[in-house]
Design a protein around this ligand. Structure first.
Ligand code: C2E
Ligand code: CA
Ligand code: CA
Length: 708
């Protein structure tokens, strides 16, 4: 748009001359061809008139006092809008020097004195027309450039005949091309494109030329500042009259911000903007997937529903800002609690964050996948309570915080995501009813199980100090003459209130809590001491087997413990056997291997317990220093009725014997089983058929007898 302070429809001419009569005649000549005319008698007046009136044409006399015509011309061109008027300089006849200067200072044309007045009028008119066309072109180009810049849009062009490449300044900057240091080439066009996109861009463009078709490209570039940008490059190919491709035109656009916005939108669709945790939508989606997974693999999982107690009060007392910070802090705490678990984080480290969600307000949910038993989720809940400080210092405000957690377990408490969430939610309200800062399972019975587990854990910690463990002994006899050759020491817990608790009920808990390390030590010492006592009493000296929990064996100082046990009672290591289960062998790491080698070096024999139920392959048996195989009770149990079991038993015996191992059959309960195993050539027997595990006093009597 051209803005002008001159309001008449006629073009405006400014005549600058110190000669009054010349001004008059020039003015008259111009008025004749419909110019409105204003006059200035010197340069200063001319400049100020230019500023206020913005004339379309200026006639400038060269020779004037103070400021000459060249100076006035230079000054006008530097003023705002000074580029647009047509300036005609009036010089003396044959003044070549002035004519050259006139163009140098930016005049559009010159005219020599004496002036042909009729010509002047027409000349001025044509000049004005040319000037306007030029001015409009200039403005429209400028507008295009500005628009392109605003739209982050640029255009480029390649002349396919002579390979001449050019592009608009905006395209240059969008495409990361450096037009300053080197001339632009079509090859340079590809240099900024990231390596993985280059091939695709080249192929698309050459196909477009070949097929004379439009193209649309999406690719990434690295611009001159090293920033990665998403580019949309669209264009078409033009052909000459013979249909030969002549020119390819392209329009480029920066889509980076659009992409970012897109990502942000996607993030907001699935994540909570405040905490960065998953939102309800994503969580429900995960939950559905988890249900599918768990159903397929026959697994359990738990859903924890956490709600901050009296969050509204916190918001009211401290303001929403503190409330928000608290929610963020809770989110971080939950993340760190879950990260520590071996359940959620183990399988899918990157996804572990997705297992925690903020459903909205102060409600958080946690998905605990593949839990072994519901109590496990209670441990996590407890861990969360422990991690939430009673008073949280947020921006120097002490905020006291407690939370309530409800737990539902799949599939027991529901088989759909809605039911599981609803039940976890109602369990959470139940927890609030119970006085807050506590967790509740959806089912009361599970609550009881969890409570029991905790009280058992507490008691178990005290059991060693209170000397509540005892060892029972179960005899092991030869098939040939039923002579007692060994005993398996089996632990029992004499609980002051609950009576005798069998090992199956507390060993797993001891393993989970790490108490097993001390229990292992105690068994070693106690069994060694007892065997030493029998030897000293002159009773038949036998081999005592004890069960060694393989739980994190490599981290236990088991070798030291064995040495200590043997030293304190000066007990013959040959009379000691350690029973380990196959899965310990499966750990197959160097440390475990070393431990077993050291055990063998101490002349202590090793028995593989529950043999046949694990996955040990023959190679384990050859490479591991094992002396004895104990055929698992399940095979013996089914041996009479099931042919398969008999085949397995036979194979184990044959295999074991070929490797020089002693074979013990566990859990023999009947005469038939005894006879069968005897016929198969099994070496030793253990089972209720002869005796259950018995207290020391009874076993001492057995020893006195020598056989069963
Ligand atoms: P295990 O090592 O397989 O021990 C044999 C289990 O089978 C014993 O159960 C024993 O009483 C039982 N048993 C023996 N003969 C028969 C039979 O003829 N029929 C039937 N039905 N059962 C028979 P117990 O004493 O309850 O021990 C259970 C498990 O607890 C043991 O299985 C062992 O894995 C573990 N355990 C026992 N004592 C200890 C210990 O001192 N330390 C460790 N770490 N684990 C132990
Ligand atoms: Ca055993
Ligand atoms: Ca066993």
């Amino acid at each position: 748009m051209i803005c002008n302070s001159h309001t008449s429809k006629n073009p405006l001419a400014l005549v600058v001359d110190d000669d009054f009569s010349l001004r008059l005649t020039m003015g008259a000549a111009l008025a004749k061809v419909n110019f409105d005319v204003i006059e200035a008698e010197n340069g200063c007046i001319a400049l100020s008139l230019f500023k206020s009136k913005k004339p379309d044409l200026i006639l400038l006399d060269v020779v004037m006092p103070e400021m000459d015509g060249f100076e006035v011309c230079t000054a006008i061109r530097e003023l705002p809008g000074g580029k647009y008027p047509q300036i005609l300089i009036v010089t003396g006849m044959d003044d070549i020097e002035s004519t050259v200067r006139a163009f140098e200072v930016g005049a559009n044309d010159f005219i020599t004195k004496p002036i042909n007045w009729i010509m002047l009028g027409y000349r001025a008119k044509y000049m004005l027309r040319a000037g306007q066309a030029f001015r409009e072109l200039y403005l429209s180009e400028n507008r295009l450039l500005k628009t392109q810049k605003l739209a982050k849009l640029g255009n480029w062009q390649i002349d396919l005949v002579n390979n001449a490449f050019c592009c608009s300044p905006e395209a240059c900057s969008l495409l990361g091309l450096n037009a300053m240091d080197k001339p632009l080439t079509f090859d340079g066009f590809f240099e900024s494109i990231i390596a993985s996109d280059q091939g695709m861009v080249k192929e698309t463009l050459s196909n477009a030329v070949k097929d004379k078709e439009d193209f649309s490209l999406n690719y990434q570039i690295i611009d001159l500042n090293g920033t990665q940008k998403y580019i949309l490059n669209q264009g078409e190919v033009f052909v000459d009259e013979n249909g030969v491709p002549e020119i390819m035109l392209g329009v480029v656009q920066d889509l980076s911000q659009l992409k970012q916005a897109e990502e942000r939108i996607r993030f907001l669709a699935f994540y909570d903007g405040l905490t960065g945790l998953a939102n309800r939508m994503l969580f429900m989606n995960r939950l559905d997937m988890q249900i599918e997974n768990a159903t397929r693999n026959d697994q359990k999982f738990a859903l924890l529903f956490l709600d901050i107690d009296q969050f509204k009060r916190i918001n009211d007392n401290f303001g929403h800002h503190i409330g928000d910070l608290l929610l963020k802090a809770v989110a971080e705490t939950l993340k760190s609690c879950i990260r520590k678990t071996d359940t959620a984080a183990r399988h899918d480290k990157d996804e572990s964050g997705l297992m925690i969600a903020r459903l909205g307000g102060d409600e958080f949910t946690i998905l605990l996948s593949d839990i072994k038993n519901p109590e496990h989720s209670a441990i996590i809940a407890q861990r969360i309570f422990n991690a939430i400080p009673a008073t949280w210092s947020i921006e120097e405000k002490d905020v006291s915080v407690t939370a309530s957690i409800g737990i539902s377990v799949f599939p027991d408490d529901g088989s759909t995501s809605e039911t599981l969430l609803k039940n976890a939610n109602s369990a959470m309200y139940y927890a609030k009813d119970r006085g807050k800062n506590t967790y509740q399972f959806y089912m009361e019975s599970l609550n009881r199980a969890a409570v029991e587990r905790f009280s058992m854990e507490r008691d178990l910690k005290k059991a060693l100090v209170r000397d509540e463990f005892v060892l029972y002994y179960q005899p092991q006899i030869t098939f040939a003459d039923r002579k007692i050759v060994g005993a398996e020491a089996l632990i029992r817990w004499m609980h002051p209130d609950k009576g005798m608790i069998p090992p199956d009920k507390f060993i797993p808990l001891a393993e989970e809590t790490g108490l097993i390390i001390d229990i292992n030590k105690w068994v070693l010492k106690e069994a060694s001491r007892q065997n030493d006592k029998w030897t000293k009493a002159g009773l038949n000296s036998i081999r005592v087997a004890m069960n060694l929990s393989g739980y994190k064996l490599a981290t236990q100082d088991i070798i030291q413990d064995i040495k200590k046990a043997l030293e304190t009672v000066k007990f013959d290591s040959k009379k000691l056997e350690l029973e380990i289960t196959e899965n310990v062998l499966m750990q197959d790491d160097d440390e475990t291997m070393q431990i077993f080698q050291q055990i063998r070096d101490m002349n202590i024999s090793i028995a593989l317990d529950d043999f046949g139920t694990g996955f040990s392959s023959l190679s384990y048996l050859t490479s591991f220093p094992v002396n004895t195989l104990k055929i698992d009770r399940s095979f013996i149990m089914g041996s009479i009725v099931q042919r398969d079991n008999r085949i397995i038993i036979k194979a184990i015996i044959a295999l074991g014997h070929s490797l020089g191992k002693t074979i013990i059959a566990e859990g023999i309960e009947t005469k038939e089983q005894f006879d069968l195993l005897k016929r198969y050539g099994c070496d030793q027997a253990q089972g209720y058929y002869f005796s259950p595990p018995v207290p020391v006093k009874d076993f001492t009597n057995f020893l006195a007898r020598g056989f069963l």
